[in-house]
Design a protein around this ligand. Structure first.
Ligand code: SF4
Length: 688
């Protein structure tokens, strides 16, 4: 709305710094961001925001933004027009497709981009280039959770909303630190604890803020969550504390499940997880006594080789105790990026079209082939880990990477960088000269969320509109525009003039979204996908589980013990977020207001270990893993114990980034890197 000063305007937007999905108005004057104003109309956060949402936006005006297309010439990038850059990309990728075939090209999409842009990237891969080689960064984080929920209930999404988490009698936080990673959601839990006596169990190898606030804090050995979850489930069933009528009515594979649970006695669990038998019983009693249990989980679960199977164990526990199909209970994988959920929903994955429609399903594929006017391969494509393997085997020749800093965030990032140098042609669509962009042949400057229209989908499957607050900086362009122009250069009739048209096309092909449109999403309105008839569905599975007989299935996937390391790597390395920053830090570290609050990374060392090694606060140490080495100052803290050390993941320095240490092991199902199963040795460099 125009105000007295006509250059000042306020625009509704959706926050991009985590999956909670706070919305608010941003006040701008020309390019200046005056303030962020939350509103009672915001469906997720009302008048709350956290420090990132409130102060994290100056990066849009950073002088490090790429504001014009760039083409590599030898060792330097040369400025180009859009026409030059796009026609070169079309010519090169077209040529590689001709010579080596469609599957020699891979596409990586971004969970920071809008739904519409994610839809277009999968369409670009499948229609224009004829390949299912398309993936997004949920491969690095939440694929195991989605897979686990698909196996058991049929849909890979939160089973309720944040309101249901706040309304639960008991919240169990497993391997997630919402006070740091999802602050406004944590505030809702803290308030429920204070006002309604909600109980909290926090299970983590590091005692973060929600560990301090928990009614029960439990510290398992790294990578053993599957075992305590299964032991608690079995114990509850042995005691008759499960929900037999619910299981009989709604869950298949009961007998097979009982058999599979047999080895998971409390004694066995204590031995493997290090959690005392009495504590396991206490967890079971708290679930028994609660009016609704909600389980939230994050990377502490998923970034393990047993990540998928552990996500199934969480769903099994909830099914056994009747904590599904009801409000104020259920399964809540906490999505990290603002649009992790949306990127997967839009089909930027090698095995699914938008709305989790399988590429191997002939009927579904026929529908998309008809809509796109091309043949689409009947087999799944490669995920991003397999794409790197294909480069190594000389089978993948080119990649198109949009808004994803693979060369920096991949586990064993040295290896990823080596693979990128082997490509014949690399296109990177980015807003900054990221580590990945430095390997590019052509860089296409996209636009951040404040500079475009679109929609994001938060952790609770809630789709929300964001409106353009600023013009794209310099000669940069909204990412949907770039993708549209590229498809045109390749001879395809993409005539989108606004993201609403892209959304409408997606919705026409995707049953979950069939009743949703920009009209439905106008202003502060929102929409939860998940109903087979395409209506708004805050509580998932109202109509039964998403299988033909409408029954859930106990997942029958057994424990996978953690990766083994040579003995010299004697310390377990944990890693994660700090409140003020976001992932690898490539946006938040360009916001002055936030950098000031958190200048450096460090390694947290337990008091016992500090004494044993003779280090104190500020001592400089070198951490060495089988994959690389970094240098950091020590912070002695009892947040970690014994031989576990913790490094925040936000470093932007090649000296101290934790992913130089993490390794090549992956989740056995989804190939999500086991970032949380790393081991290091510590060398003391300086004592003062
Ligand atoms: Fe943004 Fe998440 Fe903070 Fe909300 S909680 S303001 S979505 S970073």
């Amino acid at each position: 709305a125009a105000m007295r000063d006509t250059r000042t305007k306020k625009t509704k937007t959706v926050c991009t710094f985590c999956g909670v999905g706070c919305s608010f108005e941003v006040w701008t004057k020309d390019r200046e961001i005056l303030k962020i104003e939350p509103s009672e109309n915001a469906p997720v956060n009302s008048v709350s925001t956290c420090v990132k949402g409130k102060f994290g936006w100056d990066y849009v005006n950073s002088n490090e933004r790429i504001t014009t297309p760039l083409i590599r010439q030898g060792d330097v990038f040369v400025e180009a027009t859009w026409d030059e850059a796009l026609s070169l990309v079309a010519k090169k990728l077209g040529g590689i497709k001709e010579t080596y075939g469609s599957d020699s090209i891979g596409f990586i999409s971004s969970s920071k981009m809008t739904n519409e842009e994610n839809y277009l990237i999968q369409k670009l891969a499948r229609q224009v280039f004829g390949t299912n080689n398309v993936d997004n960064c949920s491969r690095y984080c939440q694929s195991p959770a989605s897979w686990g929920l698909q196996q058991t209930g049929g849909i890979g999404g939160d089973t309720g909303t944040i309101k249901d988490i706040a309304g639960a009698g008991l919240v169990i936080l497993v391997g997630c630190a919402p006070a740091e990673g999802h602050p406004v959601l944590a505030t809702r839990i803290k308030r429920a604890q204070k006002l309604h006596g909600q109980k909290i169990i926090t299970v983590d190898v590091r005692r973060h803020e929600m560990g301090d606030r928990a009614d029960l804090f439990v510290r398992p050995k790294q990578g053993t969550d599957y075992v305590w979850l299964s032991a608690v489930t079995k114990y509850m069933m042995d005691q008759g504390w499960h929900d037999e009528p619910f299981i009989q009515k709604h869950v298949n594979q009961y007998h097979e499940f009982l058999k599979m649970m047999e080895p998971y006695t409390l004694e066995q669990a204590e031995k493997i997880t290090g959690i005392a038998k009495e504590t396991l019983i206490q967890i079971a009693e708290m679930i028994r006594d609660a009016d609704g249990t909600a389980i939230c989980w994050g990377m502490g679960v998923t970034q393990n080789i047993a990540g998928s199977h552990t996500s199934v164990a969480i769903a099994n526990l909830l099914l056994a105790t009747g904590n599904m199909l009801r409000p104020n209970a259920g399964a809540y994988p906490l999505r990290g990026h603002n649009n992790v959920q949306g990127a997967a929903d839009m089909g930027t994955m090698p095995n699914i079209f938008p709305g989790y429609q399988s590429v191997t399903d002939d009927q579904v594929r026929a529908k998309f082939e008809k809509a796109y006017g091309v043949d689409i391969p009947a087999a799944s494509g490669l995920d991003n880990i397999q794409m790197l393997e294909a480069i190594d085997k000389d089978e993948m020749k080119a990649m198109f990477i949009a808004g994803e800093d693979m060369a920096w965030v991949d586990a064993d990032s040295n290896h990823t960088q080596e693979m990128l140098t082997k490509l014949d042609f690399l296109v990177v669509q980015e807003i900054f000269l990221s580590t990945t962009a430095q390997f590019a042949d052509v860089i296409l400057p996209g636009a951040p969320s404040l500079e475009k229209d679109g929609t994001f989908t938060n952790t609770e499957r809630r789709v929300q509109r964001l409106y353009q607050a600023l013009e794209p900086l310099g000669n940069s362009k909204p990412d949907w525009w770039i993708l549209t122009q590229l498809a045109k250069q390749m001879g395809f009739e993409w005539n989108y003039t606004h993201p609403s048209e892209i959304f409408a096309e997606m919705a026409s092909l995707t049953p979950f979204f069939s009743q949703c449109s920009y009209d439905v999403l106008e202003g502060w309105n929102s929409f939860h996908w998940g109903s087979p008839d395409g209506t708004d569905t805050p509580l998932l599975y109202q109509d039964g589980f998403h299988f033909p007989d409408k029954k859930a299935r106990f997942g029958l996937f057994d424990y996978v013990p953690p990766v083994e390391f040579p003995q010299e790597f004697d310390l377990s390395l944990d890693n994660g977020r700090l409140l003020e920053h976001f992932h690898e830090g490539n946006l938040t570290q360009k916001s002055e207001g936030l950098n000031y609050k958190f200048p450096k990374v460090f390694v947290e060392v337990s008091p016992e270990l500090a004494e044993e090694r003779g280090v104190k606060d500020g001592s400089l140490v070198r951490l060495v893993s089988p994959y690389g080495a970094i240098r950091l100052p020590v912070l002695v803290t009892d947040r970690v114990t014994g031989k576990t050390v913790y490094v925040p993941m936000h470093s932007s320095s090649h000296e101290s980034a934790v992913n130089l240490l993490t390794g090549g092991a992956v989740d056995v199902v989804t190939h999500t890197p086991a970032y949380k199963q790393a081991k290091v040795r510590m060398e003391v460099l300086e004592f003062d």
